[in-house]
Ligand binder design. Structure first.
Ligand code: 15L
Length: 270
């Protein structure tokens, strides 16, 4: 599978910036797309930069030309107004998928989120990667919409589309919930490489989490495409529990995959 030129949207964002040096390799060019200039990052490899918005169909088509795959991280990454999530996530992703189709890009990896399924509850059985949408916010709903936009482009045009239900991609787990939802940057990179290099994935949804002792979700779907996570948030448990206190088993919100997001005011801007 050709991975020599990859378009990375949202390249100036937190996750994009972490991914760039990890995804650098001999013979590969990352084409970075964002609305702001991505920062210089030590260890990054061959890169091209496109400053463009996901609302600019013409610029997206140009950006898609000559790439073998797209890793789509761009858009709104937390709860916001309906207009924001519609423009940045729903329209933005549809614009990108259409540009990919027109340019003949065969594979698109879409960043979805736990918040597309945030109301699911862990009951001791790992939650499947294709559990039906149960969004916890307008943001989560827009991620569910992105997943089904990918399905549309797969079913209509045969494009390979892999949706990643990313947990918490941070250098360290962000609080108690993070002990279950953490995706280490190294595992995030492993996941992206598996998505880029697996053969004939078709349409699929995969969890983006590490091999967490307190994990809630199924790793089987990721293993099926060659994603074998190596990190475990448990190494941070003493520090996190010391800081946040022991989990309350009776807390109805804590058992939901989306955690506190299940109780956020809808459409709240940060
Ligand atoms: C997300 O979807 C967000 O993009 C990210 O900022 C985190 O909040 C993450 O979920 C999470 O649930 O930890």
């Amino acid at each position: 599978v050709d991975t020599t030129r990859i378009l990375l949207t949202g390249a100036a964002g937190r996750v994009g910036t972490q991914l760039r040096p990890l995804a650098a390799r001999e013979g590969r060019t990352l084409r970075l797309l964002d609305i702001t200039m991505p920062p210089a990052v030590e260890g990054s490899g061959a890169e091209e930069t496109v400053i463009a918005s996901l609302t600019d169909a013409e610029a997206l088509l140009e950006a898609c030309r000559g790439v073998s795959a797209i890793v789509h991280l761009g858009g709104q990454s937390v709860e916001s107004s309906l207009d924001d999530v519609l423009d940045r996530n729903v329209r933005g992703t549809l614009n990108l998928l259409e540009a990919a189709r027109l340019a003949g890009v065969p594979r698109v990896v879409l960043a979805s989120s736990t918040h597309a399924v945030g109301f699911h509850q862990y009951d001791g059985t790992p939650v499947a990667a294709n559990a039906p949408p149960r969004p916890d916010t307008l943001y989560g709903w827009s991620k569910a919409a992105i997943e089904s936009a990918g399905r549309l482009y797969h079913d209509r045009f045969g494009m390979d589309i892999i949706c990643l239900r990313i947990g918490s991609w941070f250098p360290m787990p962000n609080g108690m919930r993070g002990l279950s939802t953490w995706l280490s940057p190294a595992d995030g990179h492993r996941l992206v490489e598996a998505c880029l290099s697996c053969r004939e994935p078709g349409y699929r949804i995969v969890w983006g989490v590490s091999r967490n002792t307190r994990g809630w979700v199924s790793l089987a779907e990721g293993e099926a495409i060659g994603y074998h996570p190596l990190d475990d948030a448990e190494q941070f448990a003493p520090e996190v529990i010391g800081r946040c206190g022991a989990p309350d088993p009776a807390d109805p919100i804590a058992a939901r995959l989306g955690g506190a997001w299940c109780a956020l005011p809808l459409g709240r801007t940060w």
